[in-house]
Design a protein around this ligand. Sequence first.
Ligand code: NAP
Length: 254
Amino acid sequence: MSETTAPRFDLTGRVALVTGGSRGLGRSMAIGLAQAGADVIIASRNGEACVEFAAELADLTGRRTLGVGAHVGRWGALDALVETAYDEFGRVDVLVNNAGMSPLYDSVTDVSEELFDKVLGVNLKGPFRLTALIGSRMAEGTGGSIINITSAGAVHPKPHILPYAAAKAGLNALTVGFAHTFGPSVRVNAIMAGTFLTDVSKSWDADAFAQRAQAFAAKRGGEPEEIVGAALYLASDLSSYTTGSILTVDGGQP
Ligand SMILES: NC(=O)c1ccc[n+]([C@@H]2O[C@H](COP(=O)([O-])OP(=O)(O)OC[C@H]3O[C@@H](n4cnc5c(N)ncnc54)[C@H](OP(=O)(O)O)[C@@H]3O)[C@@H](O)[C@H]2O)c1
């Protein structure tokens, strides 16, 4: 590599798999990855929505796309998702572990065992299994890039999101651990997201949020498209010396 052959954002010839790719941040990243040249597999629980969006994305970008229904908290579903991805595309070069959920509760004693297990299952157990399966195939093949979407809650665990915060903190730990497990050919990084205005923000009190956002350096929440630059950086060869890293994208949230 020299000054004139420095890597670029180009993902032509690569295959990306985005969990939770049908809505919110996952949808924006799927569009960004396809626009950068990647073929894209979109997975979420609602398979129909994934198929629909995959068709839209193919029309928009001319890339090959596939929508697949899969619940990331269930290992059997993830095994099937991986088989489908490799059967259809023969490879996965970029995995984005984006699917997540953070149900609110009034008091910690309201958190049932079922809810706790579900939050840990979707935000931590699923990404572990998918990274184990795809990371090992990447390492046996030509390498790849794995991106985990974690949350500022991991390092600022507020009282109303404790199981979620613990799961995302665990995902930060997996990010570093898997970078060592599958390095050097597979890079594993996290985007630690702050507050983005997706479906999750629809239930918020807008005025109270606007007030709270005055404490952010950016003085506002992020638009879903504003995560794409970080994802493309980590997906592409531009980040060839970045691995085991946790990149904060939060508009300067205290
Ligand atoms: N928005 C924020 O402020 C914010 C802040 C920090 C971190 N994050 C993280 O960023 C990621 C994306 O969040 P978002 O705001 O874009 O969420 P969102 O708008 O609610 O979208 C979530 C996506 O994940 C899918 N999903 C949910 N549960 C799933 C499951 N069990 N299996 C498979 N797919 C599932 C959903 O599709 P289906 O309903 O079809 O399954 C949807 O595509 C999450 O990991 C979240 O924790 C978000």
